[in-house]
Design a protein around this ligand. Sequence first.
Ligand code: RIB
Ligand code: CA
Length: 339
Amino acid sequence: MTAARRIVIDTDPGLGEPGSDIDDGLAIALALRSPELQVEGLTVVNGNVEVDAGVDVARRLTERMGHPDLPVLRGADRPLLRDMAPVRALFDDVIGDRPVARTAPAERRGPTSPLSAAQFLVDITAAHPGEITVVAIGPMTNLALALRLDPAFAGNVAEIVMMAGSATGYAQNITVVGDFNAYVDPEALAMVLTSGAKLRMVGIDQTSRVRLTRADAAVLRRGDAFGRWAGECALAWIDFLAKAFPLRAEHRDACFLHDPLVVAAVIDPTLLTWEGAHVATDPGSELARGLVIADRGLALAPPPGPTNASVAVDTDVAGFGRLFLDRVTGTEPGAPAPE
Ligand code: RIB
Ligand code: CA
């Protein structure tokens, strides 16, 4: 068997935090339950939740999954240049009142080390050049800070596989033209895109195709202790979305599995179809903030630039669904399949 691929997940996890997107936590769970991957650490960034809430979620999740010593590092508490308050207000206006946070700030678990997320990324990739893949499923602030600390990070990282943008068309995330990760910190994303690092991008055009339905949540709830808890969280999140977006059919009975698809792309790249592209974003544009242009050799004028990323243009939705449910449900191999 080939050696497990070593990864660090840069993430903004909200799993278990009422009213917060569960997809980062499920992505981490999928990674921790996949023998093809060796998770070396979680670097947490401001995004779906404030960074300290994200650190707490990550610590509780790693404990729950039997990895209490996995490094969890605190990263950026805001985007490089942007004010986060209007972003939270924008989403809160659309989503409405969130339930009260589960863990009071004073009771939150802290990081496993005082090292910053950016320093951890720089250090681990410098110590093992070409061996560590960063799976970036939050805003790209920590990665940009790592590049600022040491531009050699771009050459030392084996690959950055990121959830950002959209490769096959415009795709909206609630009220913004790009996906949330690109919208929150477009300057950081631009730094990553121009860094020279080997890049793979899974955009919201693909991740919106993979959904966890109420029926899938029922399957999770028939799994092991973690599966049961994940199923409860998924149902609570679907209920929340259905109430928050009564007019949106896609949220009535399902939630998106954006970030787990990115982890799956590292476990088994053949689940997606890839094409080379020149990927860019224009942080100077307010109207198009977070919009990512992925030119795949289509005739854009002026020609935008050389290929700097491999982008996902199609997804084996059923194949991903099987992989995700098999692993996250956590039933023993050979056990009867859940009905
Ligand atoms: O746009 C999708 C991204 O933002 C995902 O990483 C998800 O966590 C969401 O909130
Ligand atoms: Ca995320």
